[in-house]
Design a binder for this molecule. Sequence first.
Ligand code: NAP
Length: 388
Amino acid sequence: MASSSLRFAQPTFPNSILKTKTNTFFVSKSVFLTPVPNKGKASNAHAITKLACVNKTTEIAACNQIIGDVNSKLTPLRIGIIGFGNFGQFIAEGLRRQGHFVLATSRSDYSEYCKQNGMQFFRNMDALCEEQPDVILVCSSILSTENIIRSIPINKLKPDTIFADVLSVKQFPRNLFLEILPPGFGIVCTHPMFGPESGKNGWNGLPFVFEKVRVTDTGAQAEKCTQFLDIFEQEGCRMVEMTCEEHDRHAAGSQFITHTIGRILSHLNLESTPINTKGYETLLQLTENTVSDSFDLYYGLFMYNVNATEQMDNLDRAFETVKQKLYSRLHDILRKQIVERVPMQGELRTKSTNSLSYLPDGESIKKLASLSMSEIKLSEAVTVSSPR
Ligand code: NAP
């Protein structure tokens, strides 16, 4: 891969110099290089943002060597996960893959799981906080988060600890963190837009939303925050920096709608058929994915996102609109038959009476009319009896 896929800024103030066989690099925390968007090379590109290369024609292979050097010099983070259920375990796997230490605590006992997966489990929050992790990563259900955060023994933590969360709503945890945490604590709100189902084959290309709500510009906290976000970048996530407000607006119109449709479909008990279309397969998959998440999660998406009610109303209206479109067309046909005596296409005359059997009986008409908002009045429809 040639160096043309990266643009290098001029180094300003080198903090240290690294030498490879072919090149000399200034590693500068103050210089941020702009990687040219290049799919599949995201992780390299990000790591290189930390490097200022003296030689603009340097090849990526050489840079990779430097990245290795730099990464190996960084101390792995100690990340304390609070809430070690479905998603907590899933995310912990990625943190571990990237060489960081996972410490966990939860309402339930996951000590056996942790033992088998090279992680450390603590039976309570006090014990976890005494370990003074660099990052506290909140992975609890949206509904339980406030109680959980309020019960964290903050005084046991280092004064520059970074608090991060993965909640599927963002304004709520951001406000909670800002309200509860002392000013020295860092705050990074994140939402990995994938889960154990959609991310089971890797995180490459999957969106990772984050907002650095309160992080120092320089120093240990800034470095640890970068190191923490690097985990997801190195896993190939598509990093999307946006405010918590923006996130909640987008998520209500996309994720909440998706979950709602999945929940509705799950009440239809859909089954696979011998003639599944691609679209139907998608619906089956959606239903399966949606119901594999807890109802608490879905309720949290509704209750803790200020935009969710509006989307629910929009969905309701959209369904009514579609229904009305169908039923009003049906009414047009019925009216033609009733008023103009036009037989329906393909209708047969009954042998015995030679009369037309195209009209439904009065009761059916009444039902159809009640389903529609068309301009035909119910009273007009029911007074017409079918000529049987
Ligand atoms: P969840 O039902 O939203 O949360 C389960 C977690 O919350 C478990 O760790 C559980 O602890 C804990 N919990 C629930 N009620 C509790 C209570 N009353 N007191 C203390 N802890 C309680 O399911 P999840 O899928 O694991 O999601 C966890 C978080 O990740 C949520 O905030 C969700 O929005 C976010 N997230 C999920 C996904 C996903 O695809 N699932 C994707 C992105 C983000 P125990 O297991 O110990 O009982």
